[in-house]
Design a binder for this molecule. Structure first.
Ligand SMILES: C[S@@+](CC[C@H](N)C(=O)[O-])C[C@H]1O[C@@H](n2cnc3c(N)ncnc32)[C@H](O)[C@@H]1O
Length: 744
C-alpha cells in the first residue's frame, strides 16, 4: 500500500508517469495476484471502477474498421500511458493464466517480447460468481493470440500501467494459421523458457472446439460455448453440427437473428438436418415470423420422428399463442400463474426455474400511439387518437434484465458520470455489451435511447455508430432508462423491495410525472404491460411515474435528479419551494414512524389488540404530518402508511367507525391521482369494516370496486354487461393478493 501511495503521490505532484516494469517484475506480480485470488475466493464483495480516464468520451474512439495492416500495429513499447491508441491494434499472445475480479486479467506479450497486463471488462458477468483461476482461464487460454483494437494503455487503480479494454468486440482471437501471422516472428520463441504451455498449443482441431463448446453449453455458459464453436467453425466452415450447436447457444441467449443465420447455413449444407430445422423454427418465432415457423414445425411433424413428436406439437401450439399475443390477445391467468411458479427462489437464492421469472411471450404495441418530440423532454409517447381507459398500450419483453439475487453484492464507480452503479446495473451493462458484441444489429434500436447530454438522441444512427459496441453509451443508456423490474407497480412485489435492473426498449420512451400520470406499468417477470388508467385525448402525452409518488419531497426530488429531471408537476413545484424547517420536520416525523412506531405496529398486526399508547402516538404523528401540508391538504396522500396503520389499529380495537373514516379519507386522497396500488387496498379495508358494521350493501359495493381496481389494470376493463366478470376477477385476484381476498 505504501508503495502504491508513494507512486500516486509522485504522479500527482510531479505528473510522473508510472515506470515501465521489467518482464520478470510484471509476471511475478501477476503470479502473486493469481495466488491471492486463489486464497481469497471467499471474499465476495466487489468494487469496480468503470470507464476510467479519457478512454470513452466522444465518438472518435470507435474506428472499428481498423485495417489489420502492419502499419497499424502498435507494440507495447510504443504505447503512451493514459492514451487510447485509436486506429491502431496490438498483436499479442496470452502467456499467463487469467484471474477474474471484476475484469478478466492476464499477461500478454507482443512479437517484440515486451509484456504487459491486459484487463478485459465486460467479458465475464459478475453472476458467473467468484470463478476459479481455471474457470477464468477458459475464456483466454495460455497461447491464445489476440488482436486488441484501439488499445487503451492506462494507469490502473494501483498506479501501475495496464492495457484495458471495455469492449469485447475490440478483441479478436486469431487462429495460429492465420494469414496475418505469416510474417510475424515471436522473439521469445527463440528463447528456451518458452511460456506457452504445450497442452494449449495442441488444441486446433474442430472436434476439440466442439467438445469444449458442448461442455460449456451443458454448464449454461452459452457465451463461452459460442466462442468455442466459432473457433471450430473458423477451421471448418461447413460443419453442420458446429453450426447447429452454435445456433442453439444463440437461441438460449435470445440472439434470434444469429441463430437463424447459423441454422440456415447448416441447412444449406444438409437440408434434412432435423435439429437445424427445429432451431430455424425457434429462431423465426423469436423474430416474430410465426407463420414461417409454424410451417417448419408442421413439416417436422410429418417426418416419422416419434421421439420428438411432442416437442413439434408443443412448438406449433406455442407459435400460435405468440402470434395471438403479438396482436394484443393474452391469456392473463396463465401468464400470472406461470410467473408465480417461476419467481420462486430456493434457499440458496437461486431460482427454482433455471430461467427465473423470464417468460417466453410475445411483444405487442398498440397502433394508437407513437413517439413524438415533446417540449423540454426530448421524445415521448403520444396518443394518435382518443384512447379509452384501461386500454393495453404495449407489452414489452426486456432487452435484458438482471434480478437482485443473481449478482454478488458490490458497487461500481463510473468516473465519467461520477455515479455509482448498483451490482445489478453493472451486470446489466456487461450483458448488454455482450449481446451487442454477439449481434451488432441489436444496437440499432438500443442506441436510439436517451444516453445523456453527451450523446445526441437520434432516431436513425449512421451504421458506423449503430453497429459498434460503445460501452460508455450503453452505461449511460442504463443510467437513464433502466427500470427496477419489481418496483412499486408490480402487484406481486416481494416482501422486501428488490433492486434488480432491466432495460425495456419501447417503454423507455415514456416520460415521467409524479402526479397526474395517465398510464400504469405492471411487470410479470421480464414482461412489462402498460395500460392507460384514464381516458386519453388525441395528441395527449402518455406518461408514468419513474419514482414512488409517496416518497417524501426531498427523497423524490433527489431520485429524479439522477435521471437529470427537474419535474414540473404540481407536487415537485410545491416541494421545491418548501421551507427548510418543513423539510427537516418531515424528515424527523418520517424517521420517528419508521424507527419507533412501525416495528411496534407490525407486532400489533399479529396480536389481538392494539396498545392504546401506540394509538395515541399514531394520532399525534398523523396530526403533526397533516400540519406539513396545511396549505395543500389534497396532497396529504403522502402519509398513507401511518394513517392506514392507525386505521388498522382502530379496527383491531373494535372501533370500526373511526377506522372506516380514516380509510374513506385516504381513499378520497389517493383515488383522484390514480394511485391504484393504494386505492384498492383502501377499498378492501372499507369493505371489511362495512361488513363488520353489518352494512352488507356498502360492503359489497366496496368489495366489487376493490376487485375491479386490483384486476382491471392487469387484464383491462370489464364491459358493463359482462355478467361473469366477478368470477374471473376473483380468480385473478386470488393469485395476485391472496391475503386481501381471504379477508372478505
Ligand atoms: C427514459 S428517458 C425518456 C425518453 C426521453 N425523453 C427520450 O427522448 O428518449 C428519460 C429521460 O427523459 C427526460 N425526461 C423524462 N421525463 C421528464 C420530465 N418530466 N421532465 C424533463 N425531462 C424528462 C430526461 O432527460 C430523462 O433522463
Amino acid at each position: 500500500m505504501d508503495e502504491a501511495f508513494q507512486r500516486m503521490f509522485l504522479q500527482m505532484m510531479f505528473n510522473q508517469q508510472p515506470p515501465r516494469r521489467s518482464r520478470q517484475e510484471i509476471i511475478s506480480k501477476h503470479k502473486k495476484a493469481l495466488k491471492d485470488v486463489i486464497e481469497t475466493r471467499n471474499n465476495s464483495f466487489t468494487f469496480q471502477t468503470t470507464q476510467g480516464g479519457p478512454a470513452i468520451r466522444g465518438g472518435t474512439r470507435h474506428s472499428k474498421n481498423i485495417p489489420l495492416k502492419p502499419r497499424n500495429r502498435i507494440s507495447i513499447n510504443d504505447m503512451q500511458i493514459d492514451n487510447v491508441h485509436t486506429g491502431r491494434f496490438l498483436l499479442c499472445r496470452v502467456i499467463e493464466k487469467c484471474y477474474k475480479l471484476t475484469a478478466l486479467s492476464t499477461i500478454v506479450e507482443d512479437p517484440e517480447g515486451d509484456v504487459e497486463r491486459l484487463s478485459l471488462y465486460n467479458w465475464v458477468p459478475q453472476s458467473a460468481g467468484l470463478i476459479s483461476v481455471d474457470q477464468a482461464s477458459r475464456y483466454l487460454t495460455v497461447g491464445t493470440i489476440l488482436i486488441v483494437k484501439n488499445p487503451f494503455y492506462k494507469t490502473a487503480a494501483d498506479i501501475l500501467p495496464m492495457i484495458r479494454s471495455d469492449d469485447p468486440s475490440e478483441i479478436i482471437m486469431v487462429n495460429h494459421n492465420s494469414e496475418l501471422l505469416k510474417d510475424i516472428r515471436w522473439t521469445t520463441d527463440q528463447i528456451q523458457e518458452l511460456l506457452v504451455e504445450p497442452e494449449e498449443q495442441k488444441i486446433f482441431k474442430s472436434e476439440d472446439f466442439q467438445r469444449r463448446g458442448n461442455e460449456n453449453f451443458k454448464e449454461r455458459n452459452y457465451k463461452l460455448a459460442i466462442d468455442e464453436y466459432s473457433r471450430g467453425i473458423d477451421l471448418e466452415p461447413n460443419n453442420v453440427i458446429l453450426l447447429t450447436n452454435r445456433a442453439q447457444s444463440y437461441l438460449r441467449l435470445c440472439l434470434f437473428a444469429k441463430a437463424l443465420d447459423d441454422s440456415v447455413l447448416a441447412l444449406e449444407h444438409n437440408s434434412d438436418h432435423q435439429k437445424a430445422k427445429f432451431c430455424k423454427g425457434k429462431a423465426l418465432c423469436g423474430l416474430k415470423r410465426y407463420q414461417e415457423a409454424i410451417l417448419i414445425f408442421q413439416e417436422l411433424l410429418k417426418t416419422d420422428d416419434a421421439l420428438n413428436k411432442n416437442s413439434f406439437e408443443e412448438a406449433i401450439k406455442r407459435a400460435r399463442m405468440l402470434e395471438l399475443e403479438s396482436k394484443g390477445i393474452y391469456d392473463y391467468i396463465s401468464i400470472i400463474e406461470e410467473f408465480k411458479k417461476n419467481v420462486q427462489v430456493q434457499s440458496d437464492g437461486k431460482w427454482i426455474c433455471p430461467n427465473g421469472p423470464r417468460l417466453d411471450h410475445a411483444d405487442y404495441i398498440s397502433d394508437k400511439i407513437e413517439v413524438r418530440p415533446i417540449k423540454n423532454k426530448g421524445r415521448g409517447w403520444v396518443a394518435k387518437q382518443d384512447i379509452p381507459s384501461h386500454s393495453l398500450l404495449m407489452v414489452s419483453k426486456a432487452f435484458h434484465v438482471v434480478y437482485e439475487n443473481e449478482v454478488p453484492p458490490g458497487l461500481s464507480f463510473n468516473w465519467v458520470n461520477r455515479s455509482i452503479n448498483t451490482p445489478a446495473q453493472s451486470e446489466l451493462i456487461t450483458f448488454i455489451t455482450q449481446k451487442i458484441t454477439a449481434d451488432p444489429n441489436l444496437g440499432r434500436e438500443l442506441y436510439k435511447l436517451y444516453a445523456g447530454s453527451n450523446y445526441r438522441s437520434e432516431n436513425e444512427l449512421e451504421d458506423q455508430e449503430a453497429l459498434s459496441v460503445n460501452v460508455d453509451r450503453i452505461e449511460n443508456i442504463v443510467k437513464y432508462n433502466a427500470f427496477n423490474p419489481d418496483d412499486l407497480w408490480s402487484l406481486s412485489k416481494k416482501p422486501e423491495s428488490s433492486k434488480g435492473a432491466g432495460l425495456w426498449i419501447l417503454p423507455s420512451y415514456f416520460n415521467h410525472t409524479c402526479l397526474d400520470f395517465n398510464t400504469d406499468r405492471i411487470f410479470w417477470g421480464d414482461l412489462m404491460f402498460v395500460r392507460t388508467i384514464c381516458p386519453i385525448k388525441k395528441g395527449e402525452e402518455l406518461t408514468f411515474s419513474y419514482v414512488d409518488p409517496m416518497l417524501a419531497g426531498e427523497e423524490r426530488l433527489r431520485s429524479l435528479k439522477s435521471f437529470g429531471i427537474t419535474c414540473q408537476c404540481r407536487l415537485c413545484k410545491i416541494d421545491r419551494a418548501e421551507s427548510p424547517q418543513i423539510t427537516q420536520k418531515w424528515k424527523q416525523l418520517d424517521e420517528k414512524f419508521n424507527q419507533t412506531i412501525k416495528p411496534r405496529a407490525s407486532k400489533m398486526l399479529k396480536g389481538s389488540r392494539a396498545d392504546p399508547s401506540l394509538i395515541h402516538e399514531l394520532e399525534k404523528l398523523v396530526s403533526d404530518l397533516n400540519e406539513l401540508r396545511y396549505n395543500n391538504p389534497s396532497l396529504n396522500f403522502h402519509f398513507f402508511d401511518p394513517k392506514s396503520v392507525l386505521a388498522f389499529a382502530y379496527g383491531k380495537n373494535g372501533d370500526s367507525r373511526k377506522s372506516l373514516n380514516i380509510m374513506h379519507e385516504l381513499y378520497d386522497l389517493v383515488r383522484p391521482y390514480n394511485l391504484l396500488h393504494y386505492s384498492n387496498k383502501c377499498a378492501f379495508q372499507m369493505a371489511h369494516r362495512h361488513a363488520e358494521l353489518g352494512q352488507t350493501k356498502k360492503a359489497q359495493k366496496w368489495y366489487n370496486s376493490a376487485l375491479r381496481q386490483l384486476v382491471e389494470p392487469v387484464r383491462g376493463k370489464y364491459k358493463e354487461d359482462e355478467t361473469n366478470w366477478k368470477e374471473e376477477a376473483l380468480r385473478i385476484a386470488k393469485i395476485l393478493e391472496p391475503e386481501l381476498i381471504i379477508l372478505i
